[in-house]
Write a protein that binds this ligand. Structure first.
Ligand code: HPA
Ligand code: ZN
Length: 325
C-alpha cells in the first residue's frame, strides 16, 4: 500500500511520449466530427476493439489512421493539453514530447500549424506545473531526403523544439540511413535521440550511439542481449527511455513479469519508465510505474532511482532539475 502511494506521488520526468499516441478515441471522434473527417470505425468502442496489437507495425497502422483527424492548430493544442493535464495528475514535472510532423505534412497540414498548436500547449503547461518541450521525430520508414525536407520546413521554428528523434518501423531501417540528417541537426545545436533496440538488434543501438551520436536511446531493451553494449551504456550513463506497457502491448515481452527493467537498473544503467503511446497501450505514467512494480517486484529504492534517472536523463537545465524535486 505504501509503494503505490510513493509511485503516484513522486515527482518524475517523462522522456518518451509521442503526442499523437496520447490521442484518446473520444478525442479522435470529437475531432473527426469537428473537421468533417470520415473514419473507418463506427465509434469509440469499435475503434478500441481494434487496439489488439501483435507487433510494432500492427500498432503503427492504427496510430497513423488516428492522427488523420488532426488538421487545425487548435486540434494539436487540444491533443497536447489533454496529455499535459494527465501528466500533471501523475506528478510529471518535466515532459519532453515527441511529435511526428511527416504524418501531418503528408496530408497537407503546414509545419507551422503543427508546431504552433503543440508549442502553445507546452507554454501554457507551466500554469499546471509541467515544464514541457518538443522533440521532432523523423519517420524512419521514409527516405533520408524526406527527413532533410522536414528539417528544412522546421528550421524557421528552431526555437520551439529542443531536439530530434527517430521513430516508426525499426527493423530494416537502421540508424545509418539518417547519419547525414542527424549530423546536420547536431550542427544546429539540437539534442539527439533515437528509438533503437525496441524490436531491432543491439547493432542498431550501437549505430545510434556511434553513427548518429545520440544522447539517449528510446526503448533500448534489446541491449540486454549484448554484454559489451550493456557495459558501454552503464559507463557512459546513456539514458534508456523504457516503456513497459508499450513493450507488453506490442509483444516485445510475453508478460510484464518477464520485462527486463530490473535487469537494466541492477546493471547500473540510467533506465527510466515512460508511457510511449498511452492512449493505445492502456496507461499513462503512473499506470506504467504501478503495473511494472507490481509485476516485477521492484522496491522503493528502485522507485527513487527511476525518478532520479528521469531528471538526470532529461534535457532540462541543471537549475531547473533542482526545482522539480
Ligand atoms: N516505436 C516506434 N515508433 C513509434 C512508437 C514506438 O514505440 N510509438 C510511436 N511511434
Ligand atoms: Zn516510442
Amino acid at each position: 500500500e505504501r509503494l503505490p502511494a510513493l509511485l503516484a506521488a513522486m515527482p518524475k520526468a517523462e522522456l518518451h511520449i509521442h503526442i499523437e499516441g496520447s490521442l484518446e478515441p473520444e478525442l479522435i471522434f470529437a475531432l473527426a466530427r469537428r473537421n468533417g473527417v470520415a473514419l473507418p470505425y463506427a465509434g469509440v468502442e469499435d475503434l478500441r476493439r481494434a487496439y489488439a496489437f501483435t507487433n510494432l507495425q500492427s500498432f503503427l497502422d492504427i496510430y497513423y489512421a488516428g492522427a488523420s483527424v488532426l488538421l487545425q492548430s487548435q486540434d494539436f493544442y487540444d491533443m497536447a493539453w489533454a496529455y499535459l493535464e494527465r501528466a500533471a495528475a501523475d506528478q510529471v514535472r518535466r515532459a519532453e514530447i515527441f511529435f511526428d510532423p511527416q504524418t501531418h505534412t503528408a496530408r497537407g497540414v503546414a509545419m507551422e500549424t503543427v508546431i504552433d498548436g503543440l508549442s502553445r500547449a507546452c507554454r501554457d503547461a507551466k500554469r499546471i506545473g509541467v515544464d514541457a518541450e518538443l522533440i521532432l521525430c523523423f519517420l524512419r520508414h521514409l527516405s533520408e531526403e524526406e527527413a532533410f525536407d522536414t528539417l528544412e520546413q522546421a528550421l524557421p521554428f528552431r526555437d520551439r523544439f529542443i531536439g530530434v528523434g527517430l521513430d516508426s518501423s525499426e527493423v530494416g531501417h537502421p540508424p545509418e540511413k539518417f547519419a547525414r540528417v542527424f549530423a546536420k541537426c547536431r550542427q544546429q545545436g539540437l539534442h539527439l535521440v533515437a528509438h533503437a533496440g525496441e524490436e531491432g538488434p543491439p547493432a542498431y543501438v550501437w549505430a545510434a550511439l556511434d553513427v548518429l551520436k545520440v544522447e539517449r536511446i528510446d526503448h533500448g531493451v534489446q541491449s540486454a542481449q549484448d554484454p559489451a553494449l550493456m557495459k558501454r551504456l552503464a559507463q557512459d550513463r546513456i539514458p534508456l527511455t523504457v516503456c513497459p506497457l508499450s513493450n507488453l502491448k506490442l509483444c516485445v515481452f510475453p508478460d510484464l513479469a518477464q520485462h527486463n527493467i530490473r535487469q537494466l537498473l541492477d546493471a547500473g544503467l540510467c533506465a527510466t519508465i515512460n508511457s510511449d503511446d498511452p492512449a493505445y497501450f492502456g496507461g499513462y505514467m503512473n499506470a506504467n510505474f504501478l503495473q511494472t512494480f507490481a509485476a516485477t517486484g521492484l522496491d522503493a529504492q528502485h522507485a527513487y532511482r527511476l525518478a532520479r534517472n528521469s531528471f538526470e536523463g532529461s534535457f532540462a537545465e541543471a537549475s531547473a532539475k533542482k526545482r522539480y524535486v
